[in-house]
Design a binder for this molecule. Structure first.
Ligand SMILES: [Zn+2]
Length: 134
């Protein structure tokens, strides 16, 4: 029997906003992700679907262009982790997001190193890497 209810929580309509953001199964991930970004960059982003799903940042948050791109990458990674568990009813873990982002950091480190621009790598990644204790 087909219906339009979310198969994960079985409570609400399964709209895209619900599936990517509001559903209990994914919502706590966003809280933790935004908190991590805020702590790392000393900013005060507030979680909302436009920010989390679409990566829309207010202009006034006062980050460099590089760090804005990093925030978007961190949020896109959240959506990727959610997609990876699309059919699952288990809560998405913050650890998986953190590990995924750490993996991206090591790839980027390699690329920046090859291009002899580790200074830029550090500018972009050190707030996150220091916070998670790498
Ligand atoms: Zn749901």
């Amino acid at each position: 029997i087909s219906n339009d209810r979310c198969w994960r929580c079985d409570k609400e309509r399964g709209t895209l906003i619900h599936m990517f953001y509001e559903c209990d199964v994914v919502h706590s991930l966003w809280g933790a992700v935004i908190q991590c970004i805020n702590n790392a960059l000393k900013v005060k982003l507030r979680e909302n679907p436009a920010l989390c799903i679409l990566g829309i940042l207010q202009r006034k948050i006062g980050l460099s262009q590089q760090l804005r791109l990093w925030v978007k990458l961190a949020l896109a990674t959240g959506n990727r982790v959610i997609l990876r568990h699309w059919k699952s009813t288990e809560k998405i873990s913050f650890k998986e997001w953190r590990d995924e982002l750490t993996k991206i950091a090591s790839f980027e480190q390699l690329i920046y190193k090859i291009n002899n621009r580790l200074d830029i790598f550090m500018k972009v990644w050190s707030p996150f890497l220091e916070m998670i204790g790498n």
